[in-house]
Design a protein around this ligand. Sequence first.
Ligand code: PLP
Length: 274
Amino acid sequence: EIAFYQNRFVDVDEKVIPIQERGHQFGDGIYEVIRVYGGTPFMLKEHLARLEKSAAAIELEMPYTLHELEAIIMEGLKRSGIPEAEVYLQITRGISSRQHHYPDASAVYSMTVREVRAIDEKIRTDGISVILLEDERWLNCYIKSLNLLPNVIAKQKAASGGHGEAIFVRDGIVTEGASSNIFAVKDNVVYTHPATKRILHGITRAKVMELARLQSVAVKEQAFDEVFLKQCDEAFITSTISEVLPIAVVDDVTLPNERPITDGLAAAYRHLFS
Ligand code: PLP
């Protein structure tokens, strides 16, 4: 495991965050999570492009160019020596005496590289159970912001009940998971919430939609409600770490056992890096 703070590589246990770091005091920053397969970061360009968009959305000036960021990530991977890794990186609005408005400080970049949290193959085959929860987040969920309190609480509710994910519902509409996007399949059509400000525009989501189209599976970016989800033929979540993960149970409803479309997409996704 290796870490980076501000402008240098550090030991992951080294104490480096100053008390007046705005990430620490306000959650004033943005982040990305990148999966590394066999030493190569997967869809790195897409993640860095989204990081740049999140930065622009919160009016944060990036401390490094994308080219420099890429070099730091690659150096981190080399130093870590971990081929199957996850890279967590964040940028905060810097270090300054606490006041709400933007300080005259430079943004701070930090990063960890660690062994990926592998998902059990049995879970990948059997699918996860999910619970539906009210989406109590703000209205700018397309920004990958450090403020994850609603996601943390939702994830804990799911985990304490033995569920694999919490799925948010806003005004009756299924938006996304606490750390994933959600898809439902009905009559051979794949549905997912449109890429509005109400969801994170997942990198995996976009790639899976592309794969579906390549397989001549119809995809509709169309909002659906919880009744639709509970009556669908198949459902799955996507994320950088989960990849394509089937949903077996929604609240107390068990979905059908056969998942031809989900299985096809999961296999096609894995084929991209193996
Ligand atoms: N939605 C939320 C709220 C997330 O936190 C994440 C990722 O962790 C995703 C969706 C999936 O995004 P990606 O596929 O880019 O990992």
